[in-house]
Write a protein that binds this ligand. Structure first.
Ligand code: ZN
Length: 157
């Protein structure tokens, strides 16, 4: 599940770099750990005041959005995630059924239109599992096994 960096930074998705930066700096001040402690001792009721955003999330959001290439990739992933959340996923496919292209490290699958679904290994590594068709608006969810330690509890070691 991707974090919504725009929601974290409280900015519109079309915010420009200057806007993102100034909002980032503003949030850094508001949510700085020292500041949070101060606020807590000032107002005894912990429920009062704005919800505390982990500083880590704010930094992570800025690090991603400040780089155009990374932001573009993030935007498309976020869009796919939201479409999925809205139940707009049209099909489920298995990664094993996709065609692997060694040249650029991507997996492709044909769409019912003449377009195709393309996902790269990098995207899969980042947890992307929904892809939209290159030409129409259909979206597929890709199923794949992630081979890492997080699967340990499922195996029941
Ligand atoms: Zn299509």
């Amino acid at each position: 599940m991707l974090k919504d960096y725009y929601a974290i930074l409280e900015i519109p998705q079309d915010a420009n770099l200057a806007e993102i930066k100034s909002q980032y700096q503003k949030l850094l001040l508001i949510h700085h750990p020292d500041k949070q402690q101060q606020n807590q001792s000032l107002q005894q009721a912990p429920s009062a005041g704005p919800a505390l955003i982990p500083l880590q999330d704010i930094k992570e959001a800025w690090e991603c959005l400040r780089q155009p290439a990374q932001r573009a990739f993030y935007d498309s992933s976020l869009k796919a995630m939201k479409l999925r959340a809205n139940g707009q996923v049209n099909d489920d496919i298995d990664l094993d059924d996709m065609e692997y292209n060694e040249d650029n490290g991507t997996y492709t699958s044909p769409c019912r239109c003449s377009g195709e679904y393309v996902v790269s290994e990098d995207e899969l590594e980042l947890g992307v599992d929904t892809v939209s068709c290159s030409t129409c608006s259909l979206i597929v969810r890709i199923h794949y096994e992630v081979a890492d330690e997080e699967d340990d509890d499922r195996i029941g070691n």
